[in-house]
Design a protein around this ligand. Structure first.
Ligand code: SAH
Ligand code: SF4
Ligand code: F3S
Length: 465
């Protein structure tokens, strides 16, 4: 434990959490079952792994069956509006279960709860919800849970000081590939986005803590890690390391064959990072680089701080220097005041950048963000129509990007078996393309060479060699 900054949650507080968890195991944990449901991004999923880790120390075991669960918690997201409706619906649906089994504990946590108006509303509307907390209280979960077990009802949503927890357990969902958070929060304030308000200010873990965690994971048998942050390339440690330094430090970590990272912001994508991607053999040739729009006027209103020309310059550099790189992206349609011409510019950049895959969204106004107050909100029908056209355009780009691989041989890290028709193995190339191939043997967890022979929906198809 070196280089602790004032941003770090104290070792004593973490120890207290772990000790409370052990006490719960002795007093309450025997035979108990839990469900943690995640609604958000990988950061949200990782927080859920931390919750599971703490629950398992408490003696609780996972279940998929709501009827046998003693504790159900929803880890929420609020990046788009529909998420809210879904969570309120799913929480409401638990009332019947709680009436039948009053000992059931119901919790709601995560980004949506960090919006105080929303957590207040949920608290009032559903008196049977026992536990509500935000994104900054994860390390206090055992203490809050213990109080709930003793009959209290708890809602704890603090203002975001922006802290770094080290040393919380995690129960990871995959045994092959996993996420490692390198930084928390976001300072970019893209005008449409709620994340900076619910995740707080940017703060970076110490590079030594990241290396220790990855070494530990390698020892457990993980072969692939994804370094996570809302904007990984603005990583800056207290002792002056940047994101590329993490890649250099991890490239030699024994056992780790693939290093991925997300998400990268185009405004901060440095030469040094492109160099690292070019030079380091374990860093994957894939980048998720959200463009959001192809129109400079809209990009400015979005507060993205780059132009479409700069974005295309990055794409060209990446393609020139990183062998067989694939680029994926996020795009929003129907941002306030977006005209047909702006939208055309987005279609244009999709064609020029030849994205391998794109996550596309209709703009969704979020209370408290700058864009929600802008004039010129776009009608739902227009957004819908644009999304449809954009998706067709992206599917075309994916197809084009996939066709390049027919006849090539690639290394696939096998993630599992798909037995719907004939038994197929599936996994990814370094550049994130999914490949299916027929095999009778379950090769999960192995690296195999596959000759690409065709396309299967938005993925590749091939045969083992
Ligand atoms: N930090 C990451 C991820 C942010 S959320 C990044 O900057 O890329 C993931 C995606 O959700 C964003 O890239 C954006 O495309 C989309 N998104 C965020 N807020 C949105 C909103 N209000 N409406 C629609 N899409 C949104
Ligand atoms: Fe949101 Fe922008 Fe931060 Fe991404 S970079 S989380 S889109 S504010
Ligand atoms: Fe992630 Fe949603 Fe929060 S995208 S950071 S879980 S608002």
């Amino acid at each position: 434990m070196t280089n602790r900054t004032r941003l770090h949650i104290s070792d004593e507080a973490i120890q207290h959490a772990n000790e409370t968890a052990k006490r719960i195991r002795e007093q309450y944990g025997a035979g108990k079952r839990y469900i943690v449901e995640s609604y958000g991004c990988q950061m949200n999923a990782h927080d859920s792994e931390r919750l599971r880790g703490m629950l398992e120390i408490m003696g609780y075991a996972p279940t998929d069956n709501k009827n046998e669960a003693d504790f159900i918690i929803f880890n929420t997201c609020c990046v788009r509006e529909h998420a809210e409706k879904r969570v309120f619906g799913n929480v409401g649906a638990l009332k019947k279960l709680k009436d039948e089994k009053p000992s059931l504990i119901v919790g709601v946590c995560g980004c949506m709860m960090q919006q105080k108006a929303v957590s207040d509303r949920l608290y009032k509307r559903f008196p049977f919800v026992d536990l509500i907390f935000g994104t900054n209280e994860l390390h206090e979960f055992p203490q809050m849970f213990e109080k709930v077990l003793m009959g209290e009802r708890i809602k704890r949503v603090q203002d975001l000081e922006g802290e770094i927890p080290e040393g919380l357990p995690a129960s990871r969902t995959s045994t092959l590939s996993t996420n490692v958070v390198v930084m928390y929060g976001c300072d970019n304030f893209c005008s449409y986005c709620i994340v900076p308000y619910v995740r707080g200010r940017e703060r970076s873990r110490e590079i030594s803590d990241i290396i220790d965690e990855v070494k530990q994971l390698a020892k457990q048998g993980y072969k692939e890690i994804t370094l996570l942050g809302q904007n990984v390339n603005s990583y800056k440690s207290a002792d002056g390391h940047d994101f590329a330094d993490i890649l250099y430090a991890l490239n030699d970590c024994e056992g780790i064959r693939r290093i991925r990272f997300m998400t990268s912001h185009p405004k901060d994508l440095s030469e040094k990072l492109i160099d690292a991607m070019t030079n380091l053999d374990h860093v994957c040739n894939h980048i998720h680089l959200p463009v959001q729009s192809g129109s400079d006027r809209i990009l400015k209103l979005m507060n993205r701080k780059y132009t479409s020309a700069h974005y295309m310059h990055l794409v060209d550099e990446l393609r020139k220097r990183v062998k067989d790189i694939e680029i994926t992206t996020d795009i929003i349609v129907g941002f306030p005041t977006e005209t047909d011409e702006d939208f055309e510019a987005t279609l244009d950049i999709v064609k020029r950048a030849e994205f391998s895959a794109a996550f596309t969204f209709k703009y969704s106004p979020r209370t408290g963000t700058a864009a929600a107050k802008m004039d010129g909100q776009i009608a739902e029908a227009v957004k819908k129509q644009r999304l449809k056209i954009l998706n067709e355009c992206c599917a075309e780009a994916t197809k084009k990007s996939n066709e390049k691989y027919i006849g090539t041989i690639g290394e696939v890290f096998v993630e599992g078996m798909d037995a719907r028709d004939i038994p197929l193995g599936y996994g990814r190339l370094g550049n994130f393309k999914t490949v299916y191939f027929p095999t009778d043997r379950d090769l999960t967890g192995q690296f195999v060479n596959v000759k690409i022979t065709g396309i299967k929906n938005s993925s590749l198809f091939g045969e083992l060699i």
